[in-house]
Ligand binder design. Structure first.
Ligand code: UDP
Ligand code: MN
Length: 286
């Protein structure tokens, strides 16, 4: 009895038939329609970058049918992560740590064992340039967090799906929780050798440029910015919550953020919004 949503047990695969199965995939997550909009832009940005790898989205039952349909149109797989079975370890862990709801959903990505290697992307990221080389890295590769650079930011990471790792993460989370209450704290504690271990697991910051950096080191942004690979809109100011002027098709935001938010909105307006309208008028696009 209670408020639990999220995580494991009954997993339904809603697969769009496509070309031959890849052993590598991009993975993102949306537990509601608002993050679903982010996931749609992530998928289109991957396409635009010319990635040869498919994208998978994990969703929870709270995502509406209309959104699922849009997601199915651009993702190779839409994986519904459900909570119906109350007897499994993940569910019990979740009951003990209700604050970790969305975190538990994210680590569910380790259950995508139909793939050998994956790269997780938060739904608030945007691929600016092709990053397919990330799949050559090993678990767990990630870029430093600007708040505490000996921690990695968990918005972009390379991982190896494994039921064993998933179970170990669940066990670890239920016993120790997360020092920041979210997936980043949990994953940094679990993959605790990241800071001082193999340097190849440190992704260049260009693979996860968090919006905080736009303010904290503007000369560096100007100097290195043209090599930017992935932008990550961390914090409360998500791209889809910004003021957008439909007349001028421009986003209203502080100068250094504006350029990047505009990229997100250009993709949203060009690829996503028109599709949403089509769905609503019932003229499903082919
Ligand atoms: N997320 C979600 N629903 C939520 C919150 C988060 O689906 O209500 C997913 C989504 O993929 C998101 C990720 O979890 O990008 C991490 O959360 P967020 O990006 O908001 O955290 P931040 O990067 O700002 O720390
Ligand atoms: Mn994020």
């Amino acid at each position: 009895e209670g408020t639990t949503v999220v995580v494991t047990a009954t997993v339904t695969h809603e697969t769009t038939p496509g070309p031959k199965m890849s052993n590598r995939a991009w993975v993102t997550l949306a537990t509601n329609d608002s993050y679903g909009l982010g996931a749609l832009v992530v998928a289109h940005s991957l396409r635009r970058s010319g990635s040869v790898y498919p994208a998978v989205v994990l969703i929870t039952p709270s995502v509406t049918d209309a959104m699922r349909e849009r997601l199915r149109a651009v993702f190779a797989e839409v994986v519904v992560v459900d909570v119906l079975d109350s007897k499994d370890a993940a569910h019990l862990a979740l009951l003990q740590r209700p604050e970790l709801g969305i975190t538990f959903t994210k680590i569910h990505c380790w259950n995508l064992t139909q793939y050998e290697k994956c790269v997780f992307l938060d739904a608030d990221t945007l691929i600016v340039q092709n990053c397919d080389e990330l799949f050559e890295r090993e678990e767990l590769s990630a870029a430093p967090d600007v708040g505490w650079p000996d921690c990695f930011n968990s918005g972009v990471f390379v991982f190896t799906p494994s039921a064993e790792t998933f179970n170990n993460l669940i066990k670890f989370a239920s016993e120790r929780g997360s020092f920041d209450g979210g997936d980043q704290g949990l994953l940094n504690s679990y993959f605790s050798d990241w800071a001082q271990g193999d340097i190849n697991k440190h992704l260049p910051f260009l693979y996860n440029v968090t919006s905080a950096a736009f303010y904290s080191y503007i000369p560096a942004l100007k100097h290195y910015g043209q090599n930017l690979k992935i932008i990550h809109f961390i914090g409360a100011a998500k791209p889809w919550l910004q003021q957008f002027n439909w007349q001028t098709r421009s986003v209203d935001a502080p100068e250094h953020l504006r350029e990047f938010l505009q990229l997100w909105w250009d993709l949203f307006v060009g690829q996503v919004h028109s599709q949403l309208d089509t769905a609503m008028t019932g003229v499903a696009g082919n």
